[in-house]
Ligand binder design. Structure first.
Ligand code: ADP
Ligand code: MG
Length: 319
């Protein structure tokens, strides 16, 4: 089967049909209409076999996750998902693998109204790059740099589930279904991100862990924060694990959470509670922004926990 047959068979009708796609898959470029008064939000992520996922992992889940990580970036600025392009590097053209991968990608794309408008196919070690584009009314995107002293620091969902799933996999132990789902099929918090426009002062999605990612908000905003570890939102599984082995690195730095961390002024607390109820998403205030630089993590007895090395660094020796 030729490269062109592969594209036609697996990637020519993926995701939603959108009226703002003037030209989709099949030409040298896609042509996309950005409505007047909007900004284009664009983000790109690469997943490499053996680094970001196990080479023998479920391809349908991989199709889901490779789009979900981009959707999570759109969520983090409050942009509405619109279009995606997909660059696939494959060791071989395995039709069953491609069917499953494209199904996982297609399902998630349709559920967020995304059209796949182009891509690239090359042969080599399994690598997946997804570029995603969204739309946001001009000057309303939620950036990392707006946090102010006194703001509440809030987190959606629960932390450390994907990290625990990975630790169990690495140890050759059974992985409960809930944890496996959190690792392989994260739910991007797109509706929450959109709803926080005009309310959150700063936001980021949690891919490297709360300590590192909140650190990016604090650095960009020129502030610090204090968070209370007993207030971190945890699933039963992570809570039980911490009771046996109190390693706060699991919820703070294991990463792959794909939840949102955002800051809001104290007087918007009631609005956040109402939003959580309306969307059926858990939202927890975990601490507060402070004028002093740095992130302090307080244990239940008021002592400070040292995060040590926080977040995953692909180039730990680079300077
Ligand atoms: P070019 O050589 O001009 O880059 P290609 O031969 O790589 O074009 O691709 C042909 C068409 O198929 C283009 O419209 C491209 O965007 C699309 N395409 C290629 N690979 C994919 C893919 N994995 N998913 C979606 N569209 C793809
Ligand atoms: Mg090409």
């Amino acid at each position: 089967m030729s490269e062109f047959d592969l594209i036609r068979n697996h990637f020519s009708r993926i995701g939603s049909q959108r009226a703002d796609v003037a030209l989709g898959v099949g030409d040298d470029c896609a042509l996309l209409r950005v409505p007047q008064g909007y900004e284009l939000a664009a983000s790109i992520d690469t997943l490499v076999a053996g680094v970001h996922f196990l080479p023998d992992c479920d391809p349908e889940g991989l199709g889901h996750k490779s789009l979900a990580v981009g959707l999570s970036d759109l969520a983090a600025v409050g942009a509405e998902p619109a279009w995606a392009t997909l660059a696939l590097t494959l060791p071989d053209a395995d039709a069953a693998w491609l069917d499953a991968f494209s199904l996982g990608f297609d399902r998630l794309a349709r559920s967020y109204g995304i059209a796949l408008v182009g891509g690239d196919m090359t042969r080599g070690p399994l690598t997946i790059t997804v570029q995603i584009q969204g739309l946001v009314p001009a000057a309303t995107a939620i950036l990392r740099r707006g946090a102010r002293p006194g703001d509440l620091v809030c987190v959606s969902g629960t932390l450390g589930d994907a990290g625990l799933a990975l630790r169990l996999l690495d140890a050759g132990e059974a992985v409960p279904e809930f944890l496996r789902g959190r690792l392989e099929r994260p739910t991007p918090r797109v509706e929450l991100g959109l709803a926080l426009r005009g309310t959150a002062t700063a936001m980021i999605d949690l891919s490297d862990g709360l300590a590192a990612d909140l650190g990016h908000i604090l650095a960009a905003s020129g502030v610090g924060a204090e968070i209370r570890l007993p207030d971190l939102p945890l699933s039963r599984a992570v809570r039980d694990r911490l009771a046996a082995d109190p390693d706060w690195g699991l919820p703070l730095a294991a990463g792959d959470d794909y939840e949102l961390c955002f800051c809001v002024p104290e007087q918007k607390r009631a609005r956040i509670t109402a939003l959580a109820e309306r969307l059926g998403i858990r939202i927890q205030a975990v601490g507060r922004v402070q004028p002093e630089i740095g992130l302090r993590c307080l244990l239940g007895d008021g002592s400070i926990w040292d995060p040590g090395q926080s977040g995953y660094d692909h180039f730990p020796d680079a300077d």
